[in-house]
Design a protein around this ligand. Structure first.
Ligand code: ZN
Length: 681
């Protein structure tokens, strides 16, 4: 090689080298300008999230279940603006929410607004969820502001980050909390727990919060909650507006694509279990009956069925066209957490099924469904009349305690005496109308005599009225006050119904202890009449003796039941929020219902002062409900009762009483206890 050619070669090398350098530089420049790789939320969580020991059962890396992944990735899908999650408990939603916050701090820095039901909930979320996450997740800890520095601007409800991201936490009960905040990411948590009256006079909190993000083209709104009451549930409303996705799985036996539902005694599919010879449910026998071909699916198949759902053409499938709003509904049957096995859920159900309040909680938290309020449905007076019974004495054998409700009218006083047995099964022992002007003492003297009467059981045992509530809010307030004030020692309580504004449900008997000042002056007890009416109406729907069932004697007429059903539950709108109150139907008298509300109030007052009803029932030898008195029409009345499965009636007691609608022969114990279509067995 000559010197010349050598020089040429060097020049070539040099040219190649320069070109290579330029390419490399350009590449490096592009790399530097490029944002970090866009991850979906589930990818981000699986790569960066660290589970803190105080917020989750497992620690270390997060791994999404199949149903969580779909929800998470919808949140970071650019075509989605709003995500609704109608959820049960135990599906890991709180963790998902944590990851959303982490993602929009680290991956796609944004101003985040998280709205909890109350300020206290926001503080609690900040300290129990956010703080451990910021401490234990390295990529977040690296950009977190110094919480201890005085000028950091960080508080429990406000977190600033060095990359410009921020998190603000507010309570839906603080109207000021929304003002002056703009945020690109808004997380509404537990929206069914937001106060009914809205954020002050400004209106609905969700609408108000959404406004705070309107300036962002790439905003994101996440609305999540367990539902509460059907017809009043914001999460139901929001899910309704969405594309309504449900998680579909394939039956391992017939390959049928379906969603997992709890089912009920009248549905062929769903969670089923066997009973022993006494009718007691056996959680160990739990299985799922496929809704396509009736196959029996064992719990052992659950995890694979769920985790392989997407690969098999299942997973989240929408029921409506997508228009920017992705909605997810999920229940605890899908949960792959060890504290949510089907066996455990059945065990929980068997424990709560006889208690209306706990049953509601189960439906909300486990089934992820709103509770249907039966008050909405009309009761047929004629069918109620057909349930009337003849008793063998003034006081039926099931009664443990008597209470009275007194309604004061312009020209008369109406009184109902109610007998209460185990689990608040009740008997309307007497209904009397005392004619006379309550502005004069005569009719009050009669009332006093009536309330002092001794009522007899068949075996001769006498019962006194243990407590009474007298309405002081209607006619003749001063006379009512005077009457009750002198008889406080006999537990004759002057009461006034709560005003229904805002539809708040106060407890039937107020929780507040009287202050020294209120003790000194005589004041009526404010009864939560809406809650009392909720309870009474749902019990009127019960169609067979047992907990909560209401018995009526044969002397009641259609007019009486017309009064008992004289009110309906109506939905009102105030400040953009719907709420429900009881309202008298036009032209209908409602004294009988009022008397029952007050008598129930008196029972609740006795509970307040320590009465243990079931223990009292044992003490006075109250008989268990005999199955024989189920009237002929019982199973026909309202067979769709949502109130579920009540305790099985104890076997055979003497057939001393029968309903007039029944034949004189005792009805068999099996007289169709057609309870509970909503929930199983
Ligand atoms: Zn099948």
């Amino acid at each position: 090689m000559t010197a010349h050619t050598l020089r040429l070669a060097e020049a070539d090398h040099y040219a190649v080298g320069i070109a290579a350098l330029q390419v490399a530089l350009a590449k490096a420049r592009r790399e530097n300008l490029k944002p970090p790789p866009k991850l979906t939320l589930s990818q981000w969580a699986e790569r960066y999230a660290v589970l803190s020991k105080e917020t989750s059962a497992q620690t270390g890396r997060f791994r999404a279940f199949a149903y969580q992944r779909g929800i998470m990735d919808a949140i970071t899908d650019p075509s989605v603006t709003t995500v609704t999650v109608r959820k049960s408990a135990r599906i890991g939603y709180t963790k998902i929410l944590d990851h959303v916050v982490g993602y929009y701090i680290h991956q796609d820095p944004a101003a985040i607004l998280a709205v909890q039901p109350r300020v206290e909930d926001a503080e609690d979320y900040s300290s129990t969820e956010l703080a451990p996450m910021l401490r234990d997740t390295p990529v977040l800890a690296a950009i977190a502001g110094d919480a201890r520095a005085r000028d950091s601007g960080n508080t429990i409800l406000k977190k600033l980050f060095r990359n410009g991201a921020s998190v603000r936490l507010v309570g839906a009960n603080s109207p000021g909390g929304f003002r002056r905040i703009t945020a690109r990411i808004i997380l509404f948590d537990e929206v069914d727990g937001y106060p009914i009256s809205g954020a002050g006079v400004e209106g609905d909190q969700i609408a108000l919060g959404k406004k705070r993000s309107e300036t962002f083209w790439n905003r994101k709104i996440v609305i999540g909650s367990t539902p509460t009451i059907k017809g009043l549930s914001r999460i139901d409303d929001s899910y309704e507006e969405s594309d309504q996705r449900r998680f579909h799985v394939r039956c391992p036996h017939c390959d049928g694509l379906q969603v997992l539902d709890w089912g009920g005694p009248h549905t062929p599919h769903g969670i089923k279990w066997d009973k022993d010879e006494n009718g007691v449910g056996l959680p160990d026998t739990v299985h799922y009956v496929c809704s396509i071909s009736g196959c029996v699916i064992d719990e052992a198949d659950k995890e694979e069925m769920i985790e392989t759902a997407e690969a098999n053409g299942g997973g989240w499938i929408a029921g409506k066209p997508f228009a920017g709003h992705a909605g997810f509904a999920i229940n605890t049957l899908y949960s792959l957490f060890p504290n949510a096995t089907w066996r455990l859920l059945v065990k929980e159900w068997l424990e709560v099924k006889d208690d209306p309040l706990k049953r509601k909680t189960f439906i909300n938290l486990v089934l992820g469904e709103a509770y249907e309020d039966r008050g909405e449905q009309a009761l047929n007076e004629a069918r109620l009349l057909a349930r009337c019974e003849v008793w063998n004495a003034e006081v039926p054998d099931g009664v443990a305690v008597l209470s009275a409700g007194v309604d004061v009218q312009l020209d008369r006083i109406e009184v109902e005496v109610v007998g209460w047995g185990r689990n608040e099964e009740s008997w309307s022992v007497d209904y009397t109308i005392l004619e006379g002007d309550p502005g004069e003492p005569a009719v009050w003297a009669e009332l006093d005599k009536h309330l002092k009467r001794i009522w007899r059981r068949a075996d001769g045992r006498g019962f006194e009225i243990m407590a009474a509530c007298v309405d002081t809010g209607g006619a003749h307030t001063q006379m009512s006050y005077a009457f009750c004030k002198e008889r406080l020692g006999r537990r004759i309580w002057g009461i006034k119904g709560e005003s229904a504004q805002g539809g708040q449900r106060s407890p039937v008997w107020p929780i507040k202890k009287p202050t020294r000042r209120t003790k000194a002056s005589f004041r009526p007890v404010i009864l939560g009449v809406n809650a009392a009416k909720d309870s009474i109406r749902s019990r009127m729907h019960l169609d067979a003796p047992g907990p909560g069932y209401m018995h009526y004697p044969a002397d009641r007429d259609l007019n009486y039941f017309g009064q008992m059903t004289a009110e309906r539950s109506v939905v009102k709108v105030s400040a953009g929020r719907r709420y429900r109150i009881w309202e008298q139907l036009p032209g209908r008298a409602n004294e009988a219902l009022d008397c029952r509300v007050y008598a129930f109030g008196a029972l609740c007052g006795l509970f307040h002062f320590g009465l243990k009803l079931n223990r009292r029932a044992d003490d006075v030898g109250a008989r268990l409900t005999p199955a024989e008195i189920i009237p002929a029409t019982a199973s026909a009345v309202d067979s769709g009762s949502s109130l579920g499965d009540a305790a099985a009636p104890p076997a055979a007691a003497p057939a001393t009483v029968v309903g007039p609608g029944a034949s004189s022969a005792p009805r068999a114990a099996a007289a169709k206890r057609s309870l509970g279509s909503l929930l199983p067995k």
